[in-house]
Write a protein that binds this ligand. Structure first.
Ligand SMILES: [Ca+2]
Ligand SMILES: [Ca+2]
Ligand SMILES: [Ca+2]
Length: 224
């Protein structure tokens, strides 16, 4: 039996258990479009990856992203759907930008007002041309258990002009220069102390890395 089939059976059983737990309170409305037959039979599947939203929460995957960790394998097919290997392979040692001011808690908006905990940092263009087509790889490591999650994302639309410093955020607010994250990731579900390590890259320049620790306890305010 294939790994995919094992995963499918696991998700199907999990979905059935979740439905049984929900009992008559389960909505009878049609599922979101894009879901396959198995998901349609077991509740809405927002991202159409074959895993119902309710099961994604239990599994720790993202209900709005078919490929939670960004490694090219959809969640149903991925044996380790929250652990992408780092695909960034860059030979250039040319310095063109820096990253600084990493935050994962006690975040503030541009006016100094507190906002919910999330990953954010500043990107400074130290060169003479606009920088765009960034991609990012970041890991979340539990400092007590050593468990690691790894996520890869491209960052379309994020551009930094020469000498400009721009904030980049990873949350689900949908604002400009804010990129989506897995709402069921360790950052939001793991109560232990965490270390986040970030590698930011754009083609032809040396990748830049940074690290920031999160204290034990839940992320404040969720991901919205
Ligand atoms: Ca899904
Ligand atoms: Ca998913
Ligand atoms: Ca994947």
């Amino acid at each position: 039996m294939s790994k995919k089939m094992y995963t499918f059976i696991f998700v199907t059983i999990l979905s059935a258990l979740l439905l049984a737990a929900c009992g008559s309170s389960t909505p009878s409305s049609a599922p979101a479009s894009g879901g396959n037959d198995s998901a349609a039979a077991n509740g809405s599947d927002t991202d159409g990856d074959g895993i119902p939203d309710s099961a994604e929460k239990v599994l720790g995957t993202d209900p709005k992203t078919a490929d939670t960790d960004g490694d090219g394998q959809n969640d149903l097919d991925d044996q380790n759907p929250m652990m992408a290997d780092n695909p960034i392979q860059e030979s250039s040692t040319t310095q063109g930008f820096t990253i600084s001011g990493l935050l994962v808690e006690n975040n503030e908006d541009g006016n100094g007002a507190g906002v919910p905990d999330h990953l954010e940092f500043k990107v400074t263009n130290t060169g003479t041309a606009d920088l765009t087509n960034f991609d990012i790889y970041y890991t979340i490591t539990d400092k007590d258990t050593g468990a690691v999650q790894g996520y890869y994302r491209t960052l379309p639309g994020f551009t930094v002009k020469p000498s400009e410093t721009k904030d980049i955020h990873f949350d689900n607010t949908g604002q400009p220069n804010h990129f989506s994250v897995n709402p069921n990731s360790a950052f939001y579900t793991d109560q232990n102390g965490l270390t986040l390590k970030v590698t930011l890259h754009t083609t032809g320049l040396a990748p830049q890395t940074g690290s920031v620790d999160k204290d034990p306890g839940g992320a404040e305010g969720g991901v919205e």
